[in-house]
Design a protein around this ligand. Structure first.
Ligand SMILES: [Mg+2]
Length: 106
């Protein structure tokens, strides 16, 4: 799956979900923070298992879902601001590689 496929689906679903509502960036930020928190909660449960604690979780299915939710939220913010997320990703990845003298580029 590529980022354009996600963007197309986000644009289509946004119409279904929000109808005519003008979603503010503050809502998008809260949405992203909530999903990032859910990722951290899944990591906590995996770490509980690794540490031999009660309340742990085996497997990564729920973590995978929360990571996917984060990507959806990031794309929604980019969508609202007209940002080409693929190009932003490429530029930032390469900028970081250059900063640290690493050869890998997108
Ligand atoms: Mg979630």
């Amino acid at each position: 799956m590529d980022l354009q496929e996600l963007r197309d689906a986000n644009q289509k679903r946004h119409v279904e979900w929000a109808k005519d509502a003008d979603i503010p960036l503050s809502f998008r930020g809260i949405e992203l923070a909530g999903e990032a928190g859910e990722v951290c909660n899944e990591l906590k449960k995996i770490e509980r298992t690794r540490l031999g604690m009660v309340g742990g979780k085996v497997g990564t299915q729920d973590l995978q879902e929360e990571l996917a939710d984060v990507l959806v939220c990031v794309d929604l913010i980019a969508m609202d601001l007209g940002i080409d997320l693929g190009e932003a990703l490429r530029a930032k990845f390469n900028k970081t590689s250059e900063k640290y003298g690493l050869a890998t580029r997108l």
